[in-house]
Design a protein. Structure first.
Length: 98
């Protein structure tokens, strides 16, 4: 081989090494991003569950407030709340019977 051919081969080797290094860096970044995505997805799921629990607690507080009100002060709202409670209990019973 002449010097020109060796120079070309050496240049190609360096470029291949650079491409391989870039590939490995991108592969590492992709793995990090996938891990972060999993963590964020898990956190979002946890927050959704927490939100559901808070909504239930809020609904229970509203029901407690209505039930604690002086009789005759919003009887219709109290009846609606009691009906919602009964429906929720019925759903729970249906789930338990499965």
């Amino acid at each position: 081989m002449d010097a020109r051919s060796e120079e070309i081969i050496s240049g190609l080797r360096q470029k291949f090494k650079a491409v391989i290094l870039l590939y490995e860096n991108q592969k590492s970044k992709a793995a990090d991003l996938q891990q972060k995505n999993l963590e964020l997805t898990s956190k979002a799921t946890d927050l959704e569950h927490e939100l559901d629990e808070l909504k239930k607690k809020y609904e229970h507080l509203k029901i407690s407030k209505v039930l604690a009100s002086v009789p005759g002060e919003d009887v219709h709202e109290t009846k609606l709340q009691v009906n919602r409670i009964v429906r929720e209990i019925d759903k729970c019973i249906a789930l338990l019977n499965r």
